[in-house]
Design a protein. Sequence first.
Length: 425
Amino acid sequence: MPDLLISDARLLDPATGLDARGALLVRDGVIADIGPGLTAPEGAELIDAAGACLAPGLVDLRANLGEPGQEHRETIASAAQAAAAGGITTLCVLPDTDPALDDPALLSFMIRRGEATGSVTLLPYGAATAGCAGKELAEFGLLREAGAIAFTDGAKAIGNARTMRIALSYARAFGAFIVQHPEDPSLAAGGAATEGELATRLGLPGIPPAAEAMMIARDITLARLTGGHVHFAHVSTAAALDLIRAAKQDGLRVTCDTAPPYFDQNETAIGDYRTYAKLSPPLRTEADRIAIVAGLADGTIDAIASDHQPRDADDKRLPFAQAEAGGAGLATLLAVTLARVHAGDLSMLAALGLLTCKPAALLGLPAGRLAKGAPADLLLFHPARGWKVEAGKLPGKAQNSPFDGRALEGRVLGTWKGGRRVFSA
């Protein structure tokens, strides 16, 4: 592979605070040099960025891929295509597939399938419980040895407190953490939208926002009891953030992420029973959305994940209460996050940090940085170039975007994995 020089770029590295015009040299799949005044070695490939932004490839903390078991929704290959188009070079995948990723051989299979795409590093979570059924713990040691980055039951909460206590203790022993879907199952059962005036007016069964805060309060108590690390996925309410903020101030091992719908949309997006906007957790009030934005800005929220949940047309072409929850999020992850930069809520480096070095640090990965010797996983984008989200025209199989019809600013121009270009606009 010849050397590659990307010149005249706005170099953005949230890990070091770098935001300057310059060039980046790639050799043998890693970053060989970075800064102003670089010249191309003989025979190198030259790319003039013309002032576009060059950043580390995105590290997506959470996505469901459908494969194995639901390949009609999404395959690893189709998800890799969508990820590359979205600037994502590291993809962490949930274990609540069919069968669940509770077997070391299955984890190894997933990692190999990711490598075979050549465009994304695929990192599987191990199932926290056998079959993600919430009862017996899975074999943490064997799964960790096979490459599990952490443990979770994916979109299912670990509802039993004793099971969660043991899981936190075991995960700690193996240098890992537990990712919790923070929703009390008994309160959320049968619900379709956030409980309140809108759900009542639409005649939809409600899920009280307190279901999230109650589960988080319980698991913070268990983290204090065990010394384990609990990570709360797709946090969506102000009350939940208040609890997490206080736990962090107490020095507990508590982290969290959110997803773009929860800082870009509110419950009114379900409109006239719009099933593409049916998510889990459900979209919240405007006050909660504003609180999530504040949590991103003040550092309470550790990362932004795509929360990619592929669904096919038959899953969504149902009455709202019966339709499956979930939204596609790989191709829109960067642009929806940049909307908060354009609105003045986050700086460019802060927004990118939540998508690169911060999730990488959480997982102990060498990704998410523009530094000499780091993997040349790169993202070139134009922050102001506009486009419109159109279901049916998104990369990959999954088209169930909650942002369908949304005008966005921020276009991915190119993605590189190990110095090899895997997407070109």
